[in-house]
Design a protein around this ligand. Structure first.
Ligand code: ADP
Length: 353
């Protein structure tokens, strides 16, 4: 069922082709069904007192600490093959005057998915609308987001969390641009996930309609460049020595977001040992929690993710997608049916004792 309430005339024209016909259908539907917005669809009624409004942009040249994010591919370090792929698709779409295809981007958390999609929108000169899959609870909310992006890019983060019901609703939208049987204007859906191998069967069929792009792990040299760029944009007043960049890069689990967080903390306290201590880093990005996992596996070799998560007191998914991947990458544990510590993992534990 499709309702057009809440859209102004311009929005309707932009989104839908055959406006008059639509209005008639919409009116008929509204009459037939009696349209009541569901409680969870209505925006929260929030009043913001003037005292807490951010007026910093009005103050003269204070500089915005949020502009450190890369706004183009020159500033977006590494990921050469993903960037190349995007550039060739932009070229192809221009050549044939086509809309940029729906895209599915997978990478671990903090590795630049959101920034990547935002840069694409900049390059296409289109609007960028961002939301998380958990924020979209109904078909209406999804359609509202499509309307909001005005033919630009609708970025949906953590797409693996979208419900099967919405996945089914999305299929004709992606395949034929049909919302409840009515053709809508082209737009690009850009979805991202940290859990590529964890999509339900329904969603993986849907995701086959997307252009798949995967980001790679960052090298220490790339993290070094990201840190230098961030430093120059954000804390130019302090001096940071080469070895500090190198140490932070090495302890960031190959993840830009962690690297930037550590550098910010370093800028505040200018003491690297304290930064490492505060973040419970033992060596090469391995933290006290990682050591706990290794020791647990040394004592209970061949256990399932549920028992480790219980031991760590975290959700199994948090263990599986936020803690374990780094240990696998470092070859300290192996994951088949059961989790095991590797000979390398045992050597590592011996080394730190
Ligand atoms: P994700 O969406 O994958 O969780 P973000 O796009 O939010 O990650 O990126 C996390 C932070 O790391 C951002 O502050 C971003 O500016 C920075 N960042 C990520 N990738 C890069 C990159 N390739 N070059 C420069 N900065 C990056």
């Amino acid at each position: 069922m499709l309702f057009l309430d809440g859209l102004d005339e311009k929005d309707k024209k932009e989104i839908f082709g055959c406006l008059d016909e639509l209005e008639e259908i919409s009116q008929r539907q509204a009459e037939a069904y009696g349209y009541n917005k569901k409680a969870d669809d209505s925006p929260l009624n929030i009043t913001i007192k003037p005292e807490i409004l951010d007026t910093s942009a009005l103050e003269e040249s204070k500089g915005d600490k949020d502009d450190f994010r890369p706004s183009n591919f020159e500033q977006y370090i590494g990921q050469e093959s993903a960037k190349q792929r995007i550039l060739s698709y932009i070229g192809g779409c221009k050549k044939f005057n086509e809309q940029f295809p729906h895209t599915f981007l997978s990478a671990p958390a903090g590795c630049g998915k959101t920034v990547f999609a935002n840069i694409l929108a900049n390059m296409l000169g289109k609007k960028f609308v961002k939301c998380g899959a958990v924020d979209i609870k109904s078909e209406q909310q999804l359609v509202d987001k499509i309307v909001e992006c005005k033919g630009g890019i609708l970025f949906i983060d953590e797409f693996h969390k979208i419900s099967n019901k919405l996945g089914t609703f999305l299929l004709p939208i992606l395949e034929e641009r049909l919302v409840s049987g009515i053709k809508i204007k082209p737009f690009t859906m850009f979805v991202a996930t940290t859990h590529k191998g964890n999509l339900s069967e329904n969603l993986s069929a849907l995701v086959q309609r997307f252009l798949p792009i995967e980001l790679e792990h960052y090298t220490n040299d790339e993290l070094n460049l990201i840190l230098k760029q961030f430093h120059a944009k954000t804390y130019p007043s302090i001096n940071i020595l080469e070895y500090v960049y190198a140490e932070i890069a090495k302890n960031s689990k190959f993840t830009p977001r962690i690297a930037l967080r550590l550098l910010r903390e370093y800028a505040y306290i200018e003491n690297l040992d304290m930064v490492k201590d505060n973040n419970k880093i033992i060596q090469d990005g391995i933290t006290a929690t990682d050591i706990k996992v290794l020791k647990y596996l040394q004592e209970n070799n061949g256990v399932g993710k549920n028992s480790i998560s219980k031991y760590l007191n975290v959700e199994p998914k948090t263990y599986e997608f936020e803690i374990e991947p780094f240990l696998i990458l470092k070859r300290l544990i192996s994951v088949g049916n059961r989790r095991k510590i590797t000979p390398q993992g045992i050597l590592f534990l011996e080394g730190i004792e």
